[in-house]
Design a protein around this ligand. Structure first.
Ligand code: ZN
Ligand code: ZN
Ligand code: ZN
Length: 191
């Protein structure tokens, strides 16, 4: 408990949010960064959020969140289950799905529909509708939360008499890593 309170009192800086662009919730993974710090930060934020809202981040919910944050890419439910089974022989699909439902409801993770997989959210303290950039080569995901985009879509939908209840935008493309790899291959081909 003491550890949680100390973390709230002295939040560390957010390693992966470029300061100049507030609409970036989670950028693409960066090389040479301290990923343990990302995971610690995500877990500390989750603990603080749950404490504030009076909901319980049980051991299993925390562990599932930790596994989702293990890498900066979406994780499928059955991969989580496989991993949990090595730790708890009694782990079954409902164990994982109940934990995922909780984490989704608390905004600690997002579901990437097109991949049927889950990613951690870099800003769970501000509920939002995400816009996701998904690399079609390596599945890396970055998350944006630009209220202008949401508002524009809502306005355009209303012009058609359509009421928007929920919007998550998934955009497919090529991430910076894969682009530079492609560029390198192209350059080598030309030389
Ligand atoms: Zn990281
Ligand atoms: Zn988010
Ligand atoms: Zn990629």
């Amino acid at each position: 408990m003491l550890r949680i309170l100390l973390r709230i009192a002295a939040p560390r800086h957010r390693a992966f949010v470029p300061p100049m662009n507030k609409s970036v919730v989670t950028p693409f993974r960066q090389h040479d960064h301290d990923h343990d710090h990302c995971v610690d930060e995500a877990l500390a934020q989750a603990e603080a959020n749950c404490l504030r809202k009076g909901v319980r981040l049980t051991k299993i919910r925390r562990r599932v969140l930790e596994l989702i944050w293990r890498r900066h890419e979406p994780v499928k439910a059955y991969d989580l289950l496989d991993r949990l089974k090595t730790e708890h022989r009694s782990a079954a699909p409902p164990t994982v799905y109940r934990a995922l439902d909780f984490l989704l409801a608390e905004g600690l993770i997002h579901r990437i529909e097109s991949l049927n997989a889950y990613v951690g959210c870099g800003d769970p303290s501000h509920p939002h509708l995400g816009q996701f950039l998904i690399c079609q080569h390596c599945n890396a995901v970055a998350e944006l939360n630009d209220p202008d985009i949401s508002a524009l879509l809502r306005r355009k939908s209303e012009q058609l008499g359509f009421q928007v209840n929920w919007q998550t935008i998934e955009i497919n493309g090529v991430c910076p890593d894969c682009r530079s790899r492609q560029q390198g291959e192209q350059d080598r081909g030309l030389s």
